[in-house]
Ligand binder design. Structure first.
Ligand SMILES: [Zn+2]
Length: 315
């Protein structure tokens, strides 16, 4: 099961205890996944469709507890993606529908319906959290934190809802970014701290713990990789410097012979030919008596100056 699905299952099992929050969450689910059907005799039914069984159950439960509505649940296969199953929960036409819809911010007249916004729904902080949870359940996803970048998003087709979700997130100091994809508004978070804050606000506590664990592991792994990379780079530098020095020494050997170098230079030249890959410090340690890194460096520079002079370059 994907990280996203696990998170949704966890959230779907949370049933807010207060009626105000139940209403806010149901309103969010309907805004995200709902559709309204009007029959020939002007009766309206409201339904939602979801791929998540737990979300369908929650919708059903909320409709029943809040409004005692008669609901129908059906399951079908998604024709395009055969593997997926789609659950639909429908509040069939019945006397209480209009009142329920009114509370959820949907106006219905025989001429049609329009969505108005009942700002009472998300006035309280508890209800704002519930609305965000509903919005994530209805149109959200989160990428596996093992992946290279962190990503949480909520997709909605309605621009009012887009602004509302962003605003509610900002109420909890979460700063979302928004973009536009395939005619839909996408509200997303890339910052891992903000994703953690969001999971906390909506109450996805086990998802949060898993996310944090993976994040810590990943950080440690990244740090180790950085150190290894850095050491590899240093190692390459050391080896390349050593090889250049060997080249200089070979040149001196061919042109004037190492015998004709001052004794200190002759010793360091021989030591380098025997240990082409070691660092200057390690090379100094092979000397008898040992020589400091700067001492080795100084002699290497002298060797190079002599070679440059012989090659006709000025140093
Ligand atoms: Zn509430």
């Amino acid at each position: 099961m994907s990280f996203s699905q696990k998170t949704k299952n966890e959230l779907a099992r949370i049933i807010p205890k207060d009626k105000c929050c139940q209403l806010a969450e149901l309103a969010a689910l309907i805004r995200m996944d709902g559709s309204i059907h009007i029959s020939a005799d002007h009766h309206m039914s409201l339904g939602i469709e979801t791929q998540n069984a737990a979300v369908a159950r929650k919708m059903y439960f909320l409709g029943k507890t809040l409004f005692n509505l008669k609901e129908e649940v059906s399951v079908r296969r998604n024709n395009r993606l055969r593997k997926n199953v789609i659950y639909s929960v429908k509040m069939v036409p019945q006397p209480g529908t209009k009142k329920a819809l009114d509370k959820l911010g949907i106006d219905f007249t025989p001429a049609g319906y329009k969505i108005h916004w009942n700002s009472e729904l998300v006035k309280k902080r508890c209800c704002q959290k519930a609305y965000l949870r509903g919005a994530f359940l209805g149109g959200g996803s989160i990428s596996n934190p093992e992946q290279k970048t962190y990503h949480l998003e909520i997709i909605t087709s309605d621009s009012f809802n887009d602004e509302l979700i962003s605003e509610l997130m900002r109420n909890f100091n979460i700063e979302p970014k928004t973009t536009w994809r395939k005619k839909a508004h996408v509200i997303y978070l890339k910052d891992s701290e903000m994703i953690v804050d969001f999971l906390n606000v909506v109450g996805a506590h086990s998802a949060l713990l898993n996310f944090e664990n993976i994040r810590v592991h990943k950080d440690v792994r990244n740090r180790v990789n950085r150190i290894v990379n850095c050491e590899t780079a240093n190692l390459n530098k050391t080896v390349e410097a050593g090889l250049k020095q060997v080249e200089t020494i070979r040149y001196l050997e061919r042109s004037i012979g190492l015998e004709n170098l001052p004794v200190g230079l002759k010793e360091i030249a021989r030591a380098r030919l025997e240990n082409p890959e070691v660092s200057l410090k390690e090379l100094g340690e092979t000397m008898e008596p040992p020589l400091s890194k700067s001492g080795v460096n100084h002699r290497m520079r002298r060797l190079k100056r002599i070679a440059d002079k012989l090659r006709g370059k000025s140093s």
